[in-house]
Design a protein around this ligand. Sequence first.
Ligand SMILES: [Fe+2]
Length: 256
Amino acid sequence: MDTKVPQPFDDYEARLRRDWTDREHETWAKLYERQMECITGLSCQAFNEGLHMLGYDPKHLPDPVAISQLIRQHSGWGLTSAQNEYLGATEWFEHIVGRRFPVTEYIRDLKDLDFTPLPDLFHEYFGHLALFTDQRFADISQQFGELYLLGDERQRADIAKLWWFSIEFAFIKEDGEEKVLGAGLLSSPGELEFARHGGKPHHPFTIERVTQAKPAAYSFHEEYFVLDSIEQMQQVIDEYAQREGLPMHQRAVSLV
Ligand SMILES: [Fe+2]
């Protein structure tokens, strides 16, 4: 019998680190300024609106508890500490099902802004969290987690790729233009430039193509995918569940 009892968000938020040093604030300020320059005019509307809602101070690292509570008000998601590790996929998706986004508590050093030896919080706070204020995106993300935990080994590999090539690395069409949705592009000047001008193909986002693509955790990608809309992410996840016989729509249950 599963003896795990969902914990209230307060328990997770209480473990988030908030004691940033002046040097860490300075790193944030430098990264924030640089990244805003990179993405201006390129980031998708849902990201832009979410970033505005988060109201980050460009000069100071955010208070993780305040950000968690703010996102909760918008979409019912909160933050939890990833304790500076890459979580295993199962543990990761268990948090996702519980509407908790794991954030690390490490930020790279000021003297080397282009290198981080550990998972770095800038990717999560800047790249990911804005979109979690969007209820559609938040619900779809939780569904990824549900399907992953219900899937067999092959299905889990498929779902991880559908997540990776959408939430981490997708472009999205807006008014006939490709805008940036994926957190891995929104938080990385190098891969954003490569993805736009590196000559690699941009394909329409389909289950067939994405599940055959190769994720690249330590290099840039050989191909990128373009969503028609956030609603298409919902269609993709519904279609995958239907064709694989996986149950859906448990997401309306609040785990708070
Ligand atoms: Fe990420």
